[in-house]
Design a protein around this ligand. Sequence first.
Ligand code: NVA
Length: 216
Amino acid sequence: MARVLSRFNDGIMARVFGHEIIEELGQYAEVPVVNGLSDLTHPCQIMGDIFTAFEHKGRYEDLKIAYIGDGNNVANSWINLAARLSLDLRIGCPEGFEPNAELLQKAKAEGKSEIRIINDPVEAVKDADIVYTDVWASMGQEEEAAQRKRIFAPYQINEELVSHAAADCIVEHCLPAHRGDEITDAVIDGPHSVVFDEAENRLHIQKAIVVKLMAS
Ligand code: NVA
């Protein structure tokens, strides 16, 4: 399939479950392969997220980022970003829902960022410049949704939790959001939210990725 798609197209973007599918496409394709989301990482999302942070905070580095929720593909991509940019990254997740240990170890070994797993959401969010969350049950985990809702309840981004972050913090969410679960209406529609700038920036950053990979 990678070889055939390469004959028809200048690039391939694939959104998959198994990360090995992306790797295999990359192995056999003759055109650039972009990870549009896998169960391991979501790199295009994180580029839009840090660009949005840049627009609001004026810098890419030396930001305190509190990712609150599931240690999933988005959390793993924040960790990959922290391997490249100097960040203070806290992952606030319940025990048993930590991000990928191998990516975490690699990112820590780069020595650019402070990266901590903090199970207490209030401690994780303390003085943060960016408060971030994602759904508690990702695509493919729908059957676990009810159980996860109970486990993740203390990790909801609500006004009380945001009050522990920096007074001028921004709140990001990769969308789609489950309002009333991982984030309340008051926060997603509130003064700290940059969620719709972030959604728009997915388009702009995607164009930048296409230029970088495909402009001759
Ligand atoms: N963690 C979510 C991200 C959606 C943009 C998922 O994989 O479904």
